[in-house]
Design a protein around this ligand. Structure first.
Ligand code: G3H
Length: 520
């Protein structure tokens, strides 16, 4: 059992890591608005001991906005865009880039505040939360440079078949950005900023966990962007998003979450054919371990890949496929690694922290029970034990196709292991999966690795050799096949997803050529 002493009392928390509180009563809908309606308390998944009881501390509250407030934001965004005639879409890219850069510089001093919010709201290790902040700002500034560069490259005259033309990258309209809790800052802004930069108006639905940090961003959005260009909503997705989608006035859905919710939202749009979509969905990334895999690297990358931020990463390794010749050895070594990893508090030097919510922690326990009831076994002593949101990682063998852990995305510190004797069995797992985000292959023989990489790259969006699955570096395209994603994001490709290449052309009659020279 996990001893209850593992959970601190409020007074045990080092002063610099004490929870920040935010009582948020504003939202953005064509400017800063005060919300006088109901508010929802926000509790941290990081539990504290009060007397003998384990309590999730209250760390603030945020508006529980109504459908009417969501529609107010939508009307403001539509007005600000005005079919491309709005002030924001008509600014030059250079002007928008300058405003985005100023926004970034205004956000920069908030580094520690935002990281502390991320830590308390989603339970992320403090240093990783700082890293999320830094990575987001870096991504934003690189996106600005990439946009200017892209524009320069595209806007050149091209003459083909006696027609001269040039391409303008013009915005699409109103972009609804719905991000996940696991990267509440990074995954939302890396969609919202490219969308803004290209001239769109955005509606950001703050994530359910990780929404309080937007209390700091809200005044900065209001200050740096014209009214209606950035709208920011807080509340329950099921109360806000259906009305937005049913209106037909959302032009782009930039969504990171489950395919079930994405399908529902898309299905509500009255003109689905004209809805642009950028979707990051579930994954069940597998790591294939070949007999000649480099042991130290394989262990390090598989453990990191499976357990970084408690496995609550879309790109986490969620299945190990190990060759029978080395399976016993790897299972023993991984079990030993897992045994040594104890959950702790996010300000401590730990790898595992509280799971993002009690409901998700309970769901993970059910997922594990389902496998154990079917005959699977946990290989590390104490694996899967749980105290409130603190959960020991579990290495699970004997998983079969009828168990949920075989095919469902766990998003937590449970790692199933399957054995294979023939590489085609391992490849078949990846090929038959609903999901096709990434996979990893660990080995040394180039011929054998090649035999995996070639087919695997037809099944998934990225194949990692002797390395964990991951989104970064952010210049690489991040995508997935089948049910894992729609569209690709990278610094440049995200920009392309938020614009439409618009052509101005003329047949090259002498008169037209002279006119063209006067025009451009
Ligand atoms: O959950 C999303 C991604 O996994 C975040 O990026 O894999 O580079 O940490 P990363």
């Amino acid at each position: 059992m996990i001893p209850s002493e593992r959970i601190p009392r409020a007074e045990d928390i080092p002063v610099q890591f004490r929870p920040p509180t935010a009582e948020l009563r504003h939202y953005l809908a064509g400017g800063m608005k005060v919300w006088n309606g109901p508010a929802a308390d926000v509790h941290s998944p990081v539990p504290l001991l009060r007397g003998e009881a384990i309590v999730p501390p209250r760390i603030g509250s945020r508006p529980r906005l109504s459908e009417a407030a969501a529609l107010e934001a939508l009307a403001a965004a539509s007005r600000a865009f005005d079919r491309g005639d709005g002030e924001w879409p008509r600014l030059s890219l250079e002007e928008r880039a300058a405003l985005v850069r100023m926004f970034v510089e205004a956000v920069r001093p908030l580094r520690e505040h935002i990281a502390l919010h991320i830590m308390w709201e989603v339970g992320k290790v403090y240093d990783e939360a700082l890293n999320e902040f830094d990575r987001t700002l870096e991504y934003t500034l690189e996106t600005v440079d990439a946009a200017l560069d892209l524009d320069k490259r595209e806007r050149r005259d091209t003459s083909l078949q006696q027609v001269v033309g040039r391409v303008d990258l013009l915005p699409i309209g109103v972009v609804l950005c719905v991000g996940p809790y696991n990267y509440p800052f990074y995954e939302t802004l890396t969609n919202a900023i490219p969308a803004l930069l290209m001239g769109n108006a955005v509606i950001i639905k703050a994530p359910p966990l990780g929404g309080l940090l937007y209390a700091h961003l809200l005044p900065l959005f209001a200050e740096h962007f014209p009214d209606g260009v950035v709208n920011l909503l807080f509340g329950e997705s099921e109360e806000l998003l259906p009305a937005l989608m049913e209106s037909g006035d959302v032009d782009v859905l930039a969504f990171i979450g489950t395919s079930r919710v994405a399908d529902r939202l898309i299905g509500l749009h009255p003109h689905p054919h004209r809805l642009h979509k950028l979707l990051g969905l579930e994954a069940k990334n597998a790591a294939i371990i070949l007999p000649d895999a480099p042991v130290a690297i394989t262990l390090e990358e598989c453990v990191k890949g499976a357990l970084a931020f408690n496995g609550q990463r879309c790109a986490a390794i969620k299945m190990i496929l190990v060759h029978d010749d080395v399976a016993n050895d790897y299972i023993a070594r991984l079990a030993e690694e897992f045994r040594r990893i104890e959950p702790g508090m996010p300000w401590e030097n730990v790898r595992l922290t509280p799971i993002s919510s009690l409901a998700h922690a309970e769901w993970l326990s059910d997922l594990l029970d389902d496998a154990l009831e079917g005959g699977a076994a946990v290989r590390n002593p104490g694996g899967g034990e749980r105290l409130h949101t603190l959960m020991r990682p579990a290495l699970v063998t004997g998983v079969t196709a009828n168990m949920r852990l075989f095919s469902e995305e766990q998003f937590g510190p449970l790692l199933p292991v399957l054995r294979f004797t023939d590489e085609t069995e391992a490849l078949s797992y990846i090929k038959q999966s609903r999901y096709g985000q990434q996979c990893s292959v660990f080995g040394a023989d180039p011929v054998r690795i090649r035999r995996i990489v070639d087919p695997a790259s037809r099944y998934v969006g990225r194949v990692n050799i002797n390395g964990k699955c991951q989104r970064g570096p952010d210049h690489f395209p991040f995508t997935g096949k089948r049910d894992s994603a729609l569209g690709t994001v990278s610094i440049e490709e995200a920009l392309r997803r938020f614009c439409i290449s618009t052509v101005i052309a003329t047949p090259e009659y002498e008169e037209n050529t002279a006119l063209w020279k006067l025009l451009f």
